[in-house]
Design a protein around this ligand. Sequence first.
Ligand code: VTB
Length: 330
Amino acid sequence: MSEVDSAELFQHPDRNLAMELVRATEAAAIRATPWIGRGDKNAADQAAVDAMRKFLSTVNFSGLVVIGEGEKDHAPMLFNGEIVGTGNGPLCDIAVDPIDGTSLTAAGRSHAISMIAVSERGSMLDASSVFYMEKIVASHEAIGVVDISLPIGENIRALAKAKNKAVEDMRIAVLDRPRHEQLIADIRAVGAGTRLILDGDVAGGINAARHDTRIDMCVGIGGSPEGVATACAVKALGGFMQGRLSPTTDEEKQRGLDAGLRFDHIYGVNDLVSGDNTFFVATGVTDGELVRGVRRDGPIISTESIVLRARSGTIRRVSADHQASKWLGD
Ligand code: VTB
């Protein structure tokens, strides 16, 4: 490496912010653990929010919360528009979900995660005025093959062909909601199997975009904020994603139009988050296919996380042992 090259590298250290952010999702998951199966989703969420915010405040960056706990009036912390981090370092957009799956956590069910996605400032779509988005997520084989405007049966057949699989072996993740009754029937009619998920279509989407899972596609209408967060992960995984906003009322549609959103538009992964400098981290709260939940074994609390960085395309699994004694009290 020439002197100039190494000097450049020193000035622009190729930092993996996600390696620092993972501490915040670990903390949120650990703090939420006492609330697993206690039937109180607000308490679980509050514990996770407090912990995440505390750890985020130590990270050298200026993160504008584009996707957070909601509007300032209702969310005292991690509200949309809040700036988190030390304020030194890169200007970023940040999407946080201290627990995706608060109901899962409160019920003691699997697949709850704590997650953060980060990208350059101004690069995340602010879809907060429209709650729902129809999404389709799959691995890279779907690029140029799958299209959200086609019937689901056609998409499944096309993806099966591209993956060199039998349609009968295709597994399609869908949120188990009455609004998906027809979609579920159509998936089964073509001969594929559904993997119905109770909550958590971020983890479902990531599992669809990863190459080594039993899920081939994640489809259906879920939260728009979750869609943007999923896109940050899909970039790092080199996968495929499309979204279409799905307003439920005329008022919501008008709010979306006023905010510059489009309803006739198919949002590709680059519309949901632009640029390749995206990061995504998630820690398991309860056990799931993506990551294991928090465990306590005597003096040790162990966590499992996934740490993704789009620019390098790295996917890391971070297993951490934490001393339980250090996590007592505040
Ligand atoms: C999904 C799911 C989330 O919201 O986005 C869903 O991934 C959409 O809303 O975990 P509905 O529950 O109204 O269908 C969650 O369930 C909760 O944020």
